[in-house]
Design a protein around this ligand. Structure first.
Ligand SMILES: NC(=O)c1ccc[n+]([C@@H]2O[C@H](COP(=O)([O-])OP(=O)(O)OC[C@H]3O[C@@H](n4cnc5c(N)ncnc54)[C@H](O)[C@@H]3O)[C@@H](O)[C@H]2O)c1
Length: 386
């Protein structure tokens, strides 16, 4: 291990932990050395599988051999768990959302600043070749001035594939906080922060029945959040983007993430993943398909179950944070970015409940685009766009 390698502990050994534990091996700069879970059996199973130490959560926080904790607990636990990590003097990288309320998100950002530790947060899919390629095209003026755009995802939900899907239908879940986070972060990366949000929310089903295999199969889950949201975002640059986000559709329809500018139209890759082609039409010319390089770490898309392969490098955000410390710069998937995105996402619910436009108080810088200097640590990623 090089002296600049950050030693990481995974807190929360559930569904997504396999992705982090396996992808970590592809990168230099971070080594996962331990894992913990309130369910000790899960921690020891993952520890054995990936050759790391299994610890109790308190022991992980107290361990002097752990520099950064990757928080993979369910959304409702993010704030309390994250606060404990920061109080232990360790850097924190959280899965999204940063918290389930704006207060929780703000408290984490403030605590990290006070403690002088780094706070990073998913989604980090914007660091993938697909989205960096789109960013490069936008920065080069391929679509000119962004005027409008569209976000569309309409799926059946989570209860048919996730083994323990209750949290998706509780505070901190729902299609906006869970999936909308990827779309809004992708657009903030491309065209900057959001100024205003409008929205209408609904719940197509009062309860959801778990059909995925496992101990929760057949369980009836109460729906505590809107599972259909239709709205719009006005960006500080002036672009107005429509949004439809729903888990109330039996047969999934193709996602859409589109930008329409003064010089062209851009169809973006799936922001839930790291790769994928951008389709660009300049001034109404036929669409040109622009690909990043091959997907070295593709896996079947569990969500759709269609067997298609998607590039999944969840860990890149942690790797960038580790490199940022070594290079003395800011990390890209930052607390500020995540807090702004959280405020935007929560604003849809407020707009719907209060029947009004919601102004966004926070702002953020666009994360710095990846450049050739970053290729050396993105060893295994689809980095051709940089
Ligand atoms: N599952 C996915 O495909 C996926 C993809 C991207 C992001 N995420 C995000 O990752 C996070 C975790 O999702 P998941 O699907 O792995 O959930 P999960 O329910 O499968 O796993 C969560 C784990 O955290 C443990 N846990 C709960 N409270 C804890 C605490 N206080 N301390 C320690 N451990 C605790 C649970 O025992 C469980 O093992 C969520 O924020 C989710 O939004 C999940």
């Amino acid at each position: 291990m090089s002296p600049t390698t950050l030693r990481a502990g995974v807190l929360g050994c559930g569904n997504i932990s396999d992705t982090y534990l396996s992808r970590a091996r592809a990168f230099e700069g971070v080594e996962i050395v331990a894992c913990a879970d309130t369910d000790a059996g899960r921690a020891s199973a993952q520890a054995e599988r990936y050759g790391v130490r299994a610890l109790a959560p308190e022991a992980l926080l107290a361990d002097p051999g752990v520099d950064i904790v990757i928080n993979l607990t369910p959304p409702k636990a993010h704030a309390a768990v994250g606060a404990g990590v920061i109080a232990a003097g360790k850097h924190l990288y959280s899965e999204k959302p940063l918290g389930v309320s704006l207060e929780e998100g703000r408290a984490l950002v403030a605590a990290a600043e006070r403690a002088g530790v780094r706070l990073g947060c998913a989604p980090d899919t914007i660091l993938g070749g697909g989205h960096q390629l789109a960013r490069k095209l936008v920065d080069e003026g391929a679509i000119g001035r962004p005027i409008s755009g569209a976000i569309w995802f309409a799926t059946r939900g989570m209860e048919h594939w996730h083994p323990d899907p209750a949290f998706f239908f509780q505070a901190g879940g729902g299609p906006i906080l869970d999936i909308g986070a990827y779309y809004v972060t992708a657009l903030v990366n491309l065209i900057g922060p959001v100024r205003r949000v409008v929205g209408i929310g609904a719940r197509g089903f009062a309860e959801r029945v778990v059909t995925s295999e496992g101990p929760h199969q057949g369980a009836r889950l109460p729906v505590e959040v809107d599972t259909l949201v239709v709205g719009a975002l006005e960006f500080a640059c002036g672009a107005v983007v429509s949004l439809t986000a729903t888990w109330d559709v039996w047969a999934e329809t193709p996602f859409r993430l589109e930008l329409y500018g003064s010089e062209g139209t851009m169809l973006l890759p799936d922001p839930n993943f790291f790769g994928g082609a951008t389709r660009l039409s300049r001034r109404g010319e036929p669409f040109e398909r622009i690909e990043p390089s091959a997907m070295a770490h593709a896996r079947p898309n569990r969500r759709t179950g269609r067997g298609e392969e998607v590039a999944d490098y969840r860990m890149l955000g942690v790797v960038d944070l580790a490199r940022a410390i070594a290079e003395g710069r800011g990390h890209r998937c930052s607390g500020q970015l995540a807090l702004h995105v959280l405020e935007v996402l929560l604003a849809f619910d407020r707009a719907a409940r209060e029947g009004r436009q919601v102004e966004i108080a926070s702002t953020c810088e666009r994360p710095q685009a990846l450049g050739p200097q970053d290729l050396r640590w993105r060893a295994a990623a689809d980095a051709s766009a940089a």
